[in-house]
Design a protein around this ligand. Structure first.
Ligand code: NAD
Ligand code: MLT
Length: 308
């Protein structure tokens, strides 16, 4: 059987797949190229680069499984895959610690202006006054989406002695209590939090869950972080809130369009940004690749998938 890997995948995942199947690694394919090649393969393994559209799926006549080496399956037309009887799996746990650590790194970098100060010093300036920061100790962090990554961020922020508020309609009071967080509405969090971080999937309910109305409610020294998906925070409203000083700053890893070269956010001095690096650690990439390889092996040998 043949497996197509159309985005870079860690060696450990490829080795596992190679033990069982003929594996072709072909990255950077256009939709047309993918449509042309896909009929030969029983499985497709991707990360975030490949767009698995309905057109691609309709051409995938032998396909049994599509494996996403990561959390979000928003680059796969899952409805089209389901209609064609193709199993879609992800790797929900492999990169959660890396994404949580990246979020905390972004929060601390934001609170102390580290990227801006680094650039300033490297351009041979010594601007100590300009980069006055704030402590996170004793501050309130609002977590929107208290799933795997949101909960790991909450635990780490508690280690920094922050108070945690959270909004997640699917989390019970018991779970919130166990995590030591207080459940509230998005609007209450907008009013009370010093830092806000979003960790939901991008759905029709979460798109623009933080918009102009919420920015208007925030404290002037609020700071906001998005290491989940572009579009959960309205980018135009965020750019406006940053430019007019409504909030103090933002840290963003993910954008509506990636790369976000036309985004107004990149013009904001009080915004720090990374190019979708939340899962970019050696550990996470091994974890997600191995997890997806195991799923492909199981399904192509007639077994079941754990993360369908
Ligand atoms: P998860 O499924 O474990 O948690 C998501 C949480 O969001 C759940 O608890 C769910 O109840 C909650 N939720 C769903 N709809 C909601 C709504 N309308 N309002 C509030 N909460 C809602 O997912 P996760 O693994 O924690 O991932 C969270 C996000 O992080 C996803 O968007 C994922 O794609 C993204 N992610 C990004 C990176 C990166 O590289 N930046 C890495 C990993 C994951
Ligand atoms: C994910 O959904 O897992 C992340 O966006 C990380 C990625 O695959 O790049």
């Amino acid at each position: 059987m043949k497996v197509l890997v159309s985005d870079p995948l860690s060696e450990q995942g490829l080795t596992k797949l190679n033990e069982h199947f003929t594996v072709d690694v072909l990255t950077g394919l256009s939709e047309e190229e993918l449509v042309e090649k896909i009929p030969d393969y029983e499985a497709l393994v991707i990360r975030s680069g490949t767009q698995v559209t309905r057109k691609v799926i309709e051409a995938a006549d032998k396909m049994k499984i599509i494996g996403r080496a990561g959390v979000g399956v928003d680059n796969i037309d899952v409805e089209a895959a389901t209609e064609k009887g193709i199993i879609v799996v992800n790797a929900p746990e492999g990169n959660m610690l890396s994404a949580a650590e990246h979020t905390v790194a972004m929060m601390l970098a934001l609170s102390r202006n580290i990227p801006q100060a680094n650039s300033s010093l490297k351009s041979k300036k010594w601007e100590r006054k300009k980069f006055m920061g704030v402590e996170v100790n004793g501050k309130t962090l609002g977590v929107i989406g208290l799933g795997r990554i949101g909960a790991e961020v909450a635990k780490r922020a508690q280690g920094l002695e922050m108070d945690i508020l959270a909004y997640d309609p699917f989390i019970s009071e018991e779970r919130a209590k166990e995590l030591g967080v207080k459940l509230m509405s998005v609007q209450e969090i907008a009013k009370e939090a010093d830092f806000i971080t979003v960790h939901t999937p991008l759905t029709k309910e979460t798109r623009n869950i933080i918009d102009k109305e919420e920015f208007d409610m925030m404290k002037d020294n609020a700071r906001i972080i998005n290491c989940a998906r572009g579009g959960i925070i309205n980018e135009e409203a965020l750019a406006e809130a940053l430019k007019n000083g409504k909030i103090a700053g933002a840290a963003v890893d993910v954008f509506v369009n990636e790369p976000p070269f036309d985004s107004p956010l990149l013009e904001c001095e009080n915004l720090i940004a990374t190019p979708h690096l939340g899962a970019s650690t050696q550990e996470a990439q091994i974890n997600v690749a191995v997890s997806v390889a195991d799923e492909v092996i199981s399904v192509l040998r007639g077994g079941s998938a754990k993360n369908a």
